[in-house]
Design a protein around this ligand. Structure first.
Ligand code: SF4
Length: 446
């Protein structure tokens, strides 16, 4: 449980010596409770108190890093049950399972296909994060399959070694441990051997048990062996049962400060029917899986899950926005049309996509509406005739074109007269829906 400022104050020396830069120990304690300063600022805190304060200030769900380098996946570190309370912090890691029973050529082809599953959406690049190799045969085959996957480029992703066989894992880790793969996984029967491997190679590890009591006991046993970067798994279950487990785990970690269950959670949606699998995986992305693995190598399935993840893991208090400025599409000239919209990412990229689809070179003027969409910004007076008029002057668009005509969104047709008056430009009312832009632009005359 997090300590209050007064709780912390009781543990401090109470000499008010000011060496921490604060006038009193109480002032320092209040800042510590807000995590605005570091403990190190006070040189007089005893090791015992320091250990206690560090334990109390540890995140309720331990952050665990899988993979290495720029694309390493940091999972866990969540602090709220519901997105609207603050935000979800660590986007759910998404990945594919590849069985080692597939031939090397098929494994290579699968990895190459996964590397192409990318989507740029509202200005962000969406990609899968993990490739899991699952053991179905002997140790040598598993190690060979992992090697094939790594050679084919699976090392770009976090690697998951899905095996309960210490010998198979040991062989695979010999050549891929530097990439910090996730060992999946340990259970009551093999945890001692797998803890040795995880500790030796400093890799995170999944622990599996069918119930929460078993998971708690297993996490404590692993912690006693020095393995603390854990991911929890409650095994193969129906989607409702899995959702129940995921919800209980999040609740116990956050609301009850149950330290032995305060870890990220993995869920596997392993259904031969890709539609059923997508629904199951989407359920886990929504609540509360930290990692979701699927088996079907369907681009549409992964793109849908990545878009869903993007929606869930944006900060609800901060609309996604782009830099307000003039954007050009195609080989623009001084005759190219000028469209205006807001700097809300979704509005902008929807307009941009349709302008590109029209093949008509055009300028799009993005107005700073603090990330609000057209109608919302108009209603809150952030997208007014006066504001658009000012942007026409300040953006430099006047110097880019030899005409004075601007296209406004159909939903704010009402501002036409005022905008003509404020800017001196001719205002043309565009379509209400962005989907009408291609046809509109083809018929537009300056
Ligand atoms: Fe108190 Fe430590 Fe700050 Fe001195 S340095 S005022 S003892 S908190």
């Amino acid at each position: 449980m997090a300590l209050s400022g007064l709780d912390i104050y009781k543990l401090l020396p109470k000499t008010n010596c000011k060496q921490c830069g604060f006038p009193t120990c109480l002032a320092f304690a209040m800042q510590l409770a807000k995590k605005a300063v570091s403990l190190e600022k006070c040189p007089f805190i005893s090791p015992e108190v320091k250990a206690r304060l560090e334990q109390a200030s540890a995140p309720p769900i331990r952050p665990v890093t899988i993979g290495a380098g720029e694309k390493a996946l940091v999972t866990g570190n969540e602090t709220v049950m519901f997105r609207h309370e603050e935000k979800f912090r660590s986007p759910c890691g998404l990945g594919f399972i590849i069985d080692d029973s597939q031939g090397d050529a098929a494994i290579k082809a699968s990895v190459e296909a996964i590397r192409k599953f990318r989507l740029e959406r509202i200005g962000q690049l969406l990609e899968p994060n993990l490739v899991a190799i699952r053991q179905t045969g002997d140790a040598a085959r598993f190690a060979a399959a992992v090697k094939t996957a790594v050679t084919a480029g699976a090392g770009e992703f976090g690697l998951v070694l899905a095996s309960r066989d210490p010998q198979a894992l040991s062989q695979a880790l010999e050549f891929c441990a530097t990439g910090r793969p996730l060992i999946f996984g340990a259970d009551a029967g093999n945890s001692a051997a797998l803890c040795e491997l995880a500790a030796k190679w400093k890799c995170p590890m999944v622990i599996s048990a069918p119930d929460l009591e078993g998971l708690s006991a297993l996490s404590q046993a692993c912690a006693a062996k020095g393995v603390q970067d854990l991911v929890l798994d409650t095994g193969k279950k129906s989607a409702p049962d899995k959702l129940w487990d995921l919800t209980q785990l999040r609740r116990l970690a956050l609301k009850k400060s149950f330290r032995s269950l305060g870890f990220p959670v993995i869920a596997v949606a392993d259904d031969p029917d890709p539609y059923a699998e997508t629904l199951e995986a989407a359920t886990y992305v929504l609540k509360y899986a930290s990692i979701v693995l699927v088996r079907n190598l369907k681009a549409w399935e992964m793109l849908a899950l990545m878009a869903l993840r993007q929606n869930i893991y944006t900060d609800p208090t901060k609309p996604l926005q782009i830099e307000p400025k003039v954007y050009s599409f195609g080989k623009v000239t001084e005759k190219s049309p000028v469209l205006v919209t807001t700097n809300f990412s979704l509005s902008f990229y929807t307009v941009a996509g349709e302008v590109e689809a029209s093949k008509v070179p055009a300028y799009v003027l993005s107005v700073d509406t603090e990330g609000q969409s057209v109608l919302t910004a108009w209603a809150s007076e952030k997208f007014t005739a006066e504001k658009v008029g000012q942007v026409i002057v300040k953006s430099g668009i006047k110097e880019m074109v030899n005409h004075t005509q601007i296209v406004i969104p159909g939903y704010v047709a009402v501002m036409s007269g005022d905008l003509e008056e404020a800017s001196g430009w001719k205002v043309v009312v565009g379509p209400k829906e962005a989907s009408g832009i291609p046809q509109f632009l083809k018929n537009l005359r300056n």
